[in-house]
Design a protein. Sequence first.
Length: 317
Amino acid sequence: MPDQTTPHTGPQQPPAHNPFEAFPPPEPLKVVVADDNPVVRAGLTALLSGRADITVVAEAADGRQAYEAAVQHRPDVVLLDVRMPGVDGISALPYLVQIAPVVMLTYSRESEIVQEALRRGAGGYLVHGEFTADQLVAAVRDIKEGRAHFTPTAAGALLAQLRQGQGAGGGVSLPEGLGQADASAYGNAARVSTYVNPEHAAPPGNLAPPRPPVATISSENLSQMQPDVGQSSSGWTSGRPAAPDRSRFQLSTREAEIMDHIASGMNNQQIAATCFISEKTVKNHINRIFAKLHSTSRSEAAAKWLGTAPGSGRGLG
């Protein structure tokens, strides 16, 4: 038998085993982006998909689409807007958290909405204009690992809730009629806030109810949710005056969003940057808003919007 050695190299040795070959790189985090503004969706998708460890598997324009996308793609994280036509984010939240962790990513900064979103299972709350691109990416990664993220406005609302001594199960009076479908559409499902393994949820393409003790989910339940975000009840709730009835102003979703920013004290430049639109577009929206609110100044419009105008009362037409 020929000798396997050489004068210079000695016996041939098999290549050394690479210990890292048994550990392939992890799969990218799968994210569903739900927002009714196509520009915002496109921007978020481009931002997140530019990271090697994150991929956007689906976009959605309302809560129903977000739920259907979550059932189909089994994402690791869902980014969810609050105010959307059809099924709003607050109404869809109890269903989505049973499939994946959910981060509210929205312009809505009202403390009542923040508190209700957390009560219904949101794992974080980010307000547009209060975070950088890197902070958003970090939030997506951390939420998957169970670490919550809050921007200053949301953190302030959470702190206020703790100072008031409200328990996690206590309800709040939501403005804008958000999430009002839970009493009639899905009973106690709104109180479900526990994230469960996706294997226990409905299989892709099927809206059959998940296994107990998870609350029942069905397309019929989702279709019964309130589509009108502009409705609001009048009178008093839990010892506090109800939110003003803004439906009478007949503002569009974008106009209502801009009016919220005006009421919070933002100038046109800040509103344009927050909403990803030009200042000229902001001015056009404001002109229409003033006409609908019969106002001639920002302060007058804000007073009517907040229900603090003299003689207007809260919740009164």
